[in-house]
Design a protein around this ligand. Structure first.
Ligand code: BES
Ligand code: ZN
Ligand code: ZN
Length: 462
């Protein structure tokens, strides 16, 4: 077994150490390099004097695991005391969890369709494992839930589509406390947004509920995730050169599924329901059309201006369902608007809704790596949603504040806006290149964030 030791130091004079015979690779900005030290290969991570955030530690761990894999090492070994000594401003437990999590995610690959270049796992070992097992396990669970989300998001639309989505969920949750409920035809017949958007597809639309109750006394938190397994735009067809990324338009649904997995794997004391409308938005002779009017179960009517603004239409059914089920707190998450991506890029999602809760999401994200930033909801822009013949339109008369308009649209379907937040993750669903613990492709965004939010809600008095 090819094993390599990893050593941390905050003294960069180590680079001048005479024992270092050969520096193979210097890797800024985390300043890790692989060196031959007294005939022994080691990874030396040299740190800057600035404080490392927990996510910097995850990123560094991810970089190291990927780097040493390139050198065909099978195991990387660290010494907790050495890590702890270097980052003495953190507790040992959180360091271990972060390191394990970043390591495993850095080792993630979606290569099931590759016929060559398959990569092998690179393990992390501790030279002093005693007393840290539980922290290792949390790191493993967080990485696995995020990898589960990534797998769903990366999966191709021929495999993962509205016909097969329920089976994916049933399989994933079969030996857990999570109950997977696929809505029957009658309940689905009242989900007018889901049915309209899905009606052009060969794959029948579905609505899934993932119930996890770790503590009945906790307020019910509904996590609503957009599950568009492919977004062609429908009749308002997308015309970009490469729209294969639109298979990832179920990133919200995958985040919800990942969060429920993480909560159940960690036996969290929460009461959560994941609500997932699943459709394919496709161009067909039966597709819904611009000009069509949908009247929702809560009696709000919506005229379609553009069939590409489909996400909000299916989320509306999810939000109505959340209040029917008596959810106290509601979060929805969706790859909703290109505007959110333009505003915040690929590393930060936009959060709308209650200011206090949106700020809580921001701080949780800063800790767990799923970064998010609050954006405003300007009431007077509601006028942009006016429609001549229905209560509202699904698009804005002024396209500029697209992400905010979408959020204002969703607010029509909320019963208590003081307990609601909306996360627009259109920008963060994927990474264009590997870096830190991110591989190219799905980021796995939202699994950790939603799980941590549910725990936060359930452990603090709001
Ligand atoms: N799924 C898209 C949003 C999107 C764009 C996600 C880019 C990820 C990357 C969504 O359904 C959409 O098409 N939104 C339109 C809405 C518009 C027609 C009002 C948009 O944002 O352009
Ligand atoms: Zn769309
Ligand atoms: Zn979409």
């Amino acid at each position: 077994m090819k094993e390599i030791n990893i050593v941390f130091s905050n003294d960069d004079r180590i680079q001048d150490d005479k024992n270092i015979q050969h520096i193979i690779s210097v890797n800024p900005p985390n300043s890790c390099f692989i060196a031959t030290l007294a005939n022994d290969m080691v990874v030396i991570a040299i740190l800057s004097s600035e404080k490392y955030e927990l996510d910097d530690i995850r990123m560094m761990a991810g970089d190291i695991s990927r780097k040493i894999k390139q050198y065909k090492f099978k195991v990387g070994k660290i010494n907790v005391e050495n890590v702890f000594h270097t980052f003495d401003y953190y507790e040992k437990g959180e360091l271990v969890t972060s390191f394990v999590e970043g390591w495993m995610l850095g080792d993630y690959n979606f290569d099931k369709y590759k016929t060559r270049e398959k990569t092998e796992e690179v393990k992390l070992a501790f030279s002093d494992e005693l007393g840290i097992e539980s922290y290792i396990n949390i790191g493993i669970k967080r990485a696995k839930a995020t990898a589960f989300t990534r797998d769903l998001v990366n999966e191709i639309p021929k495999e993962l589509n509205p016909s097969t989505f329920p089976a994916y969920m049933k399989e994933a949750f079969k030996q857990t406390k999570v109950d997977v409920n696929v809505l029957n035809e009658k309940d689905l017949s009242e989900m007018h947004g889901v049915l309209a958007v899905g009606q052009g597809s060969a794959h029948p639309a579905h609505f899934l509920e993932l119930n996890y109750c770790g503590d009945q006394s906790k307020p019910l938190v509904a996590l609503v995730g957009k599950g568009v397994t492919f977004d062609t735009g429908g009749v308002s067809l997308k015309v970009r050169r490469n729209i294969s990324g639109m298979r990832m338009d179920m990133g919200g649904a995958a985040a919800v599924a990942g969060a429920v997995k993480l909560l159940s794997d960690t036996h969290a004391q929460v009461n959560v329901v994941g609500l997932i409308p699943v459709v394919e938005n496709i161009l067909d002779q039966r597709s819904y059309l611009p000009g069509d009017i949908i009247t929702y179960k809560n009696n709000i009517s919506v005229q379609i201006g553009n069939t590409d603004a489909e996400g909000r239409l299916i989320l509306a059914d999810g939000l109505i369902r959340a209040s029917e089920l008596g959810a106290t707190y509601v979060v929805d998450i969706a790859t909703l608007t290109s505007s959110a991506r333009q505003a915040l890029g690929s590393e930060i999602a936009g959060v709308f809704g209650d200011e206090k809760l949106a700020n809580a999401i921001k701080s949780l994200g800063k800790e767990n790596g799923d970064f998010a930033w609050p954006l405003p909801l300007n009431n007077s822009y509601e006028a942009y949603l006016r429609s001549a013949h229905a209560d509202i339109s699904n698009i804005s008369s002024d396209p500029a504040p697209g992400a905010m308009i979408a959020a204002l649209f969703l607010r029509y379907f909320i019963t208590d806006a003081r307990k609601w937040v909306h996360i627009d993750m259109a920008g963060v669903k994927e990474r264009s290149k590997e870096r830190g613990y991110y591989a190219q492709g799905a980021s796995g965004y939202g699994a950790r964030l939603l799980a941590d939010y549910a725990e936060f809600i359930s452990s603090t008095k709001q």
